[in-house]
Design a binder for this molecule. Structure first.
Ligand SMILES: Nc1ncnc2c1ncn2[C@@H]1O[C@H](COP(=O)(O)OP(=O)(O)OP(=O)(O)O)[C@@H](O)[C@H]1O
Ligand SMILES: [Mg+2]
Length: 245
């Protein structure tokens, strides 16, 4: 067996309380270089909270976040973005009156790139995420799948090495999910490590290398997609709930 290299991302004992709400409790996890790691769990389990702690939107109650071997727990969100952590948001939030390509260019220029270069790179990213044909469409008029692709393109705009994708397949039909999976699966070829929150079990099976299951703030299962999705703890807490939803 090859000695494990140091992970791109690691959390140790990561905990976040909001007054009496224990949103995340003692979560230790890692993501290795170019790995696609899925995060599953019921509504309110703490999945987005984990992303907010990694991206720097929240400060942890306790525990650490290490990125590229460096403790980034006290680094503000904009610096984490510049250091290579990109994210999408669960609810898409583009600048509605700007075009698709302008929205991507804004995300790129926020990292210090000049506007001319940002527009050029934005056109490339629009192409890569399948938005080429609607690059000049006003972002306020995009449909669900175009919105998800735009979120992805904007997150890629900061040239991240780690990207956090929060439910980018939700609300899409089977064909749209398949098309987006193909784009996500190519991200590691460009050197990216991917963390992906997802409720769609079929998508989890097809896109992830490893899965973490969170329930009530705690990490309850970890392993290959097959291992985790057939874990009795996960089936009871997560799949059971969704089956009856
Ligand atoms: N900013 C906040 N202030 C107070 N409570 C919060 C805040 N953010 C999240 N919470 C609470 O923390 C818990 C975990 O929420 P989180 O958004 O992380 O869940 P989730 O697993 O992403 O759920 P979903 O699948 O519905 O998106 C919930 O009880 C939620 O109400
Ligand atoms: Mg969430």
């Amino acid at each position: 067996m090859v000695a494990a290299s140091s992970p791109v991302l690691a959390t140790n004992g990561l905990t976040k309380h909001f007054r009496s709400v224990r949103a995340l409790e003692d979560v230790s996890m890692r993501a290795d270089d170019r790995e696609i790691v899925g995060i599953i769990g019921p509504n309110g389990a703490g999945k987005t909270t984990l992303f907010n702690l990694i991206a720097g939107a929240f400060r942890p109650t306790s525990g650490t976040v290490t990125f590229g071997g460096k403790d980034i727990g006290r680094m503000p969100a904009y610096q984490r973005c510049r250091h290579g952590i990109g994210r999408t948001f669960q609810l898409i939030q583009p600048f509605g009156s700007m075009t698709v390509v302008e929205n991507i260019a804004v995300a790129i220029s926020a990292t210090g790139v000049g506007l001319g270069a940002a527009r050029e790179r934005a056109a490339e990213l629009a192409h890569r995420t399948g938005l080429g044909p609607i690059a000049e469409k006003v972002a306020g008029e995009v449909n669900a799948v175009e919105g998800k692709r735009l979120e992805l393109a904007r997150a890629l705009g900061s040239s991240p090495t780690l990207i956090l994708l929060d439910e980018i397949f939700s609300g899409l039909n089977a064909e749209e999910v398949t098309d987006l999976i193909a784009i996500v699966r190519k991200l590691p070829d460009d050197g990216l490590t991917v963390l992906l929150i997802e409720h769609n079990v079929g998508a989890i099976r097809r896109v992830t290398d490893r899965v973490l299951a969170i329930d009530a703030g705690r990490l309850v299962s970890e392993g290959t997609p097959e291992q985790v999705l057939s874990d009795p703890i996960v089936m009871e807490s997560y799949l059971g709930q969704r089956a009856s939803a």
